[in-house]
Design a protein around this ligand. Sequence first.
Ligand code: NAD
Ligand code: DAU
Length: 389
Amino acid sequence: MNTIIITGGAGFIGSHVVRLFVNKYPDYRIINLDKLTYAGNLANLKDIEDKPNYKFVKMDICDFESVMKLMQEEAVTGIIHLAAESHVDRSIKDPFTFARTNVMGTLSLLQAAKLYWESLPERFEGKRFYHISTDEVYGALEMTHPEGIEPPFTTVASSGDHHLAYGEKFFTEDLKYQPHSPYSAAKASSDHFVRAYHDTYGLPTIVTNCSNNYGPYQFPEKLIPLFINNIRHRKPLPVYGKGENVRDWLFVEDHARAIDLIFHEGKVAETYNIGGFNEWKNIDIIKVLIQTVDRALGRVKLETSKTGETVETYPDMDLITYVTDRAGHDLRYAIDSRKLQRELGWEPSLQFEEGIERTVRWYLDNQEWMDNVTSGDYQRYYEGMYANR
Ligand code: NAD
Ligand code: DAU
């Protein structure tokens, strides 16, 4: 019997991983361990909460004693660790919370797994500690080709219109860590602890580093849901700096599929990079969001050009507002995930155009979810982060 703790299962990516495992593996027991911070939301899991193989436990990963007790009582065989403080802007304002959760919380889970599994006759046999990390630990890549070049690799899911790279270098698994934000420094530190537990104690660990995820259930502090919500309500769109920073976007369900594959077939002590082969400048993605929302809400206007042609115009382009840049803003992230493609046969399944269409549609169709997460504290957060920026 596999009994797996998924930490951070009430968050954005975690909820997709929990859903996938609960539905795909009815004979596993899936325990969602989550503290329910501002980012955790059990409404993300409404559709599976009554399944017999699912259990929610409200717990702080930093609470070592309780984690240890839970592991023993439930005879846990695997951990997929996603719980973290995840927003870079918040880490700039409050780095201590990030060190506590991301570093000490990971250490507490590692130590509980080590002690509990060591106490069993079979020890680490058949056990797995899978740590979900980020590409941000590698630092920032140069933008050697701001106009875009053909990338040296492609997948079936590479974005049709926009499959360009903005530099010659990519993040590979052997790169040195160079984190710049308190968030990525804390994630880097947690990655080092995970590897140290393998190298020192033989704990069967795996680490993956993934690029920017997008899709349903993402908290609207992150670019895509925040901008979709603001466009809908015709609020200004706060573009940091010149909007030239590049991110590599992956649909969240494709990340969850990769996690499933790696949890079952990845090699212990290995690192795998997971990415979308899908680089976009922020400003370009923002324009796609405006076009998609305006089309969905029937806001597109038809105008006649000087040459007499009928052209579509998008009134909400006027919402774009350039604001003070993020401190230490990393210029470009771009993952080379060919190791995962080569060794385990994974690649993204969804083209970006389709993914963004589905994502916009989901947020527009789930206004109640959005209203719930943007009431109360969110308004204070928004004021603090964006007023006078
Ligand atoms: P999220 O902020 O949406 O969710 C985090 C979850 O962790 C929430 O449910 C929260 O309640 C829970 N949590 C926070 N502190 C906790 C604690 N002390 N104890 C127990 N639970 C706690 O995050 P996300 O975007 O889904 O990211 C999940 C993981 O994936 C993180 O480790 C993040 O670093 C990593 N990651 C995220 C992305 C991305 O684009 N979002 C990309 C690569 C890697
Ligand atoms: O690369 C993986 C990382 O992606 C994850 O590890 C993080 O958890 C996740 O939050 C994400 O980090 P980013 O900082 O890249 O994501 P965010 O959505 O905050 O910002 C994306 C880009 O958009 C970034 O260049 C900053 C910019 N931005 C963001 C916000 C919120 C804006 O221009 N305006 C905004 O209001």
